[in-house]
Design a protein around this ligand. Structure first.
Ligand code: GLY
Ligand code: MN
Ligand code: MN
Length: 352
């Protein structure tokens, strides 16, 4: 760091609120002679700051910039992980609500869905529902993928204009006061699973059930993964899609559980499960076109994801308002939606 800036940073780091104005005047004088000082964001922020909170933040930034802080950057993240993985009562309440709002969105989409809809329209319904509850935003980019798009992990384009007769994977989470839910359902746009879709769906469902059952105090994340993995291995081998367990990852390439909280993938030590942790359980099967199996399975992607509170009485599903069983999903899709009668004027009718 060049000398002039270092001296200024030192001064800012130790500045008292009562002397801040005079240091600002001094800095302003220096800037008049050397405007390049304003290219430094910390100095620029200091000049423009007046509120005490901002000043505190700038003091911290200078301390980092001159590596003059009295905490251990190795140990601090470890301590934070331990603190963040166990939720307080208030945090649990926020996530419980965020998960519920997200689950209600899934149910409303189930009622409204039809093959002529677009992925974007589906995304819009989810996001409208949780905003109607007062959630400020999405916790992470919404994923709505029909057919082959459901096989693309982290697909966020959501730009297929017609769902057609495909399965639709919807992974969305409301964010409430900074805390996010993370909920996925996969449903048939037609209202009915085809026999092949259903066979795969039931494997993912069984896998998630096993994973949730393993989400108990004292178990590890690996225990959840193994329980889910075994169910998918068994199912795929039974259907002849794979021959051995060594091939499972071809169609089930991701982990099953993570903490949620301020981040959708919240920090944690990922040791043993303890009361008041909130984690996802989210197995999936994805068979993109061209996979080395019978083409009848191609372009099917399925994930079921719920937010699970670990308690002394066992796992508690915070997103269970949205059904997960195939027949319950089909039943809800039959229900009327207020959006059935929601017609907008056609853009084609606009005069040129
Ligand atoms: N939506 C991100 C995840 O499921 O991990
Ligand atoms: Mn997740
Ligand atoms: Mn998710």
């Amino acid at each position: 760091m060049i000398g002039k800036k270092y001296v200024l940073y030192q001064k800012i780091k130790n500045i008292k609120e009562s002397s801040a104005d005079s240091l600002r005047s001094e800095l302003q004088g220096l800037v008049t002679r050397d405007p390049s000082l304003l290219e430094d964001q910390i100095l620029k922020d200091f000049l423009e700051s007046s509120h005490l909170d901002v000043l505190n933040e700038i003091r911290q930034k200078t301390a980092f910039a001159i590596k003059d802080y009295n905490f251990d950057l190795e140990k601090l993240p470890q301590i934070m992980k331990g603190l963040r993985e166990i939720k307080t009562e208030e945090e649990i309440e926020l996530i419980r609500k965020a998960a519920f709002f997200s689950a209600v969105g899934q149910v409303e989409v189930m009622k409204a869905i039809h093959p002529g809809m677009s992925e974007r329209e589906i995304q819009g319904i989810h996001e409208f529902v949780y905003r109607k509850y007062g959630a400020a935003d999405q916790g992470y980019p919404s994923i709505v993928g029909a057919g082959g798009n459901a096989c693309v992990l982290h697909y966020i384009e959501n730009n297929k204009f017609e769902l057609n007769n495909e399965l639709v994977l919807m992974d969305l989470g409301a964010e409430l006061s900074g805390y996010t839910a993370d909920v996925t359902r996969t449903i048939p746009s037609t209202g009915t699973f085809t026999p092949d879709q259903r066979l795969l769906y039931e494997i993912v469902y069984a896998s998630q059930e096993k994973g949730i059952q393993a989400a108990v105090i004292g178990n590890s994340f690996v225990d959840i993964y193994k329980a889910s993995f075994d169910a998918i291995a068994l199912g795929l081998i039974e259907l002849g899609i794979i021959e051995s367990r060594t091939e499972v990852k071809k169609y089930f390439p991701h982990g099953v559980s993570h903490h949620i909280g301020l981040d959708v993938h919240d920090p944690g030590n990922y040791g043993l499960l303890a009361a008041d942790m909130i984690i996802t359980v989210e197995p999936g099967i994805y068979i993109p076109e061209g996979s080395p199996c019978d083409p009848r399975w191609w372009n099917i992607g399925i994930r079921i994801e719920d937010d699970i509170l670990i308690t002394k009485k066992g796992p508690k599903n915070l997103s269970g308002f949205a059904p997960r069983k195939w027949d319950e999903i089909e039943k809800i899709i039959q229900q009327k939606s207020p959006l059935d009668d929601f017609n907008l004027p056609s853009a084609e009718s606009l005069s040129k």
